[in-house]
Design a protein around this ligand. Structure first.
Ligand code: NAD
Length: 252
């Protein structure tokens, strides 16, 4: 059912949440646009401006590693200043109320944690761009340190072990994090309400989770201002602004 208007949508969503024991929210870039971080696929989104650098290209070329870091520093104006949105705050309220085990997210912006969901309750399918790690020894690096070294030498710095340092994100062509995938599969198949929020649901394997939840017997809600390929199997489709749709769930 596509909710005819915002008021019907929020009332229906609230009722579904109240009638559920275990709610699993699944978020994409759309939940963060209100914070100023652009998404990938909206008109004017990041995808329309620059294609991402695939993992094999990052590994093969020092120029592309430099380019990857240049782009990341340019994005700091967005990521560095972003604050949790009404959507993030609403999901943090659901977590505190014991309605949800946490959030499965495709986002890399750390905003669920900033809204108060503990780190261990956020399943990050695509990693986190607010810090970096060595691809060889997994040592953690903070971005201001990398930036200082980049600006001093003009090049992406390497780890003391010789490995390449990359933001702690999962690039196209890079292996998905096994533990995160395993936990997300577990949550998707063990909930009675699954809410996909702000995702075009085209990036696989992440997009498979709404389907898995539905097949496991959960009700499915999709909140996205544009249609998705999964709308036809959803129990409720809310084609409105995410902040407007979720704001009534924020506990004050
Ligand atoms: P996407 O860009 O493919 O889709 C986002 C969807 O959200 C779009 O369909 C858009 O219509 C909708 N949307 C945007 N703002 C909205 C709003 N305020 N209200 C309602 N709908 C809104 O994003 P995706 O499906 O998450 O896939 C993109 C990939 O890029 C993900 O893997 C993600 O990791 C990454 N990404 C992350 C961020 C971030 O961390 N904030 C930003 C851009 C891209």
């Amino acid at each position: 059912m596509i909710a005819p208007d915002l008021q019907t949508a929020t009332a229906a969503l609230r009722a579904m949440i109240e009638n559920s024991e275990r709610v699993v929210p699944f978020t994409g870039a759309g939940i963060s646009t209100e914070s100023g971080i652009p998404d990938f696929r909206s008109p004017g989104g990041l995808w329309t401006k620059t294609q991402p650098i695939p993992f094999d290209v990052f590994m093969a070329s020092s120029e592309m590693r430099d380019e990857a870091w240049r782009r990341r520093f340019a994005m700091e104006d967005y990521f560095g200043k972003a604050k949790p949105t009404r959507g993030h705050l609403a999901l943090a309220s659901l977590y505190r109320a014991g309605k949800t085990p946490g959030v499965i997210t495709q986002n890399i912006d750390n905003l669920h944690q900033a809204a108060g969901v503990p780190h261990e309750a956020v399943i990050e399918l695509h990693g986190n761009t607010t810090f970096a790690t060595c691809l060889e020894c997994a040592k953690r690096y903070e971005l201001p340190d990398i930036r200082d070294r980049f600006e001093a030498s003009g090049h992406a710095p390497d780890c003391e072990c010789g490995g390449y340092i990359k933001t702690a994100t999962v690039s196209f062509g890079q292996a998905m994090p096994e533990e995160a995938m395993r936990r997300a599969q577990e949550w998707a198949s063990d909930c009675d309400l699954f809410i996909a929020i702000g995702s075009s649901l085209v990036v696989w394997p992440a997009a498979g989770f709404p389907l898995q939840a539905k097949k496991s017997g959960a009700q499915l809600v999709i909140i996205n201002r544009e249609p998705t390929d999964f709308d036809s199997i959803a129990d409720l489709v809310i084609r409105h602004d995410i902040g407007d749709a979720l704001a009534p769930l924020i506990a004050h």
